[in-house]
Write a protein that binds this ligand. Structure first.
Ligand code: ZN
Ligand code: FE
Length: 255
């Protein structure tokens, strides 16, 4: 039995997710940008919230938590390293800890870069990966606190997971990310066709997440620092992968 996944658009361009185990009824919310759409989805599905995972402390990922908990008490899980600036945690986790949802374990992965305390969670049994503002569809989070080398290391850990892993990220930034990606990797036909798909999805208001790791590895420039075409395009033939990533991230900040 695998976990059920529901994607919930919140605020202007955020995503929250619900993960549900039918056998036990365990239900996890991943990030709480605002309470109302999550409450509405719980009612619609007839699910009872049991756990909340906070990926990092930014307001657009935690802002709805107290309103959500008011009617839906649940165990709140977040990074021990950021406990001082997250809402009160019931379960403070570090890399390698396991989050149990309906008997399936989600593995905590440290992914510093966007913030230093950002975590991702991987459920290998169901192939789900929650990345929020670390690895994003065709992009990665802006480096507010960490260094490019830290983010490169974080993304490399995620990129090593199985290709059919379902990547659940925190924002609908994919169309803008695609526009930038084409400036870095213009000859990548997989990127060109994905860009068409993304633009078509957005034209009809469809989310472009979740995606798969296989797709990200083929098209996301932030995972493709080793690609000879990108290196040639940037004139960085002999640089390390981390240096190529650093250049791509710097260009995105100027884009
Ligand atoms: Zn953030
Ligand atoms: Fe965010």
């Amino acid at each position: 039995m695998t976990l059920d996944l529901v994607t919930i658009p919140c605020l202007a361009d955020n995503y929250a997710y619900l993960v549900h185990d039918a056998a036990t009824g365990d239900t996890l919310a991943v990030d709480v940008p605002e309470a109302e759409p999550i409450v509405a989805m719980l009612a619609d599905k007839g699910w009872t919230l049991t756990h909340v995972l906070l990926t990092h402390h930014h307001w657009d990922h935690v802002n709805g938590l107290s309103d959500l908990l008011a009617g839906h008490p649940a165990q709140v899980i977040g990074a021990a390293a950021d406990a001082h600036r997250l809402p009160p945690l019931d379960i403070a986790v570090v890399e390698g800890d396991r989050i149990e949802i309906g008997g399936e374990a989600g593995l905590v992965i440290d992914v510093p870069g966007h913030t230093v305390g950002h975590i991702a969670v991987h459920f290998p049994g169901s192939g789900l990966l929650f990345t929020a503002d670390s690895l994003m569809a065709l992009g990665c989070g802006r480096l507010f606190e960490g260094t490019p080398v830290q983010m490169w290391h974080s993304l490399s850990k995620l990129a090593a997971l199985p290709g059919d892993t379902i990547v659940c990220s925190g924002h609908e930034y994919t169309a803008a990310n695609a526009k930038f990606a084409l400036t870095i990797d213009p000859d990548n036909s997989a990127l060109t066709s994905r860009t068409d798909e993304v633009n078509a999805a957005r034209a009809t208001g469809q989310p472009t997440v979740p995606t798969t790791l296989e797709t990200e590895r083929a098209t996301n420039p932030f995972l493709r620092a080793a690609d000879p075409g990108i290196r040639a395009h940037l004139g960085l033939h002999n640089a390390s992968d981390a240096e190529v990533f650093t250049e791509i991230r710097a260009r995105k900040d100027q884009f």
